[in-house]
Write a protein that binds this ligand. Sequence first.
Ligand code: PEP
Length: 249
Amino acid sequence: MRNKIIIGNWKMNKTPKEALELISTLKPLVENSEAEVVFCVPFVDIPCAVEALKGSSISVGAQNMHFEDSGAFTGEVSPGMLYELGVEYVIIGHSERRQYFAETDETVNKKVLKAFEYELIPIICCGETLEQREEGITMDWIKNQIVKAFENVPKENAMTAIVAYEPIWAIGTGKVATSEQAEEVCGHIRNVLREIYDDETAEEIRIQYGGSVNGANAKELLSMEDIDGGLVGGAALKADFANIVNYNK
Ligand code: PEP
């Protein structure tokens, strides 16, 4: 039985001081919930978030990392730096990184492989544009993204990965996918993982939906068979995040 996991993607929001304020609001509302909870905070907020969440059930994640161990990559952050700070999860290939920072399926794969070397759990993002959905190529597009992201990833690592299906047209737009649309693609992702690996692995990997999830729509989305959680942007910065985490109460 896959346990649900709700991940807040804070994006480029909250200074360290503001992060501590948000954590003190959210922590009592979401800790010890049935679902696992992760806050993916900006790099500079990681030390104070790790400290503030020490001993709680909430984990800290990063929103990106480089695929090399170290070197002349000005402005980048390495997986070892994240690991040493106590980071457990890292978002890889978010559509905003693909769109604004030229990330490709190839760099996503390199980052996924490197994350596992540092015991970081990758949250691998995939998703189609509105044009692609209208053209009817969503399933092929997603399959390609998943196949490339998992290239050379051994089964025992793949089993711990998280996949986030985030239709680009639903991110930050308030336009949420219907639970049927989200389930159709999440089920497809599981089938692709079954083809790459096997039943056991595909049944183990947690697949999230992301895109305008909020306290009002979470219950319906999270009750779908292949949706094992949510990657949450805008609503992760508000007390409404607790309604998502506690969707079945
Ligand atoms: C996201 O950025 O991963 C996201 C899903 O954002 P939002 O919830 O705001 O649509």
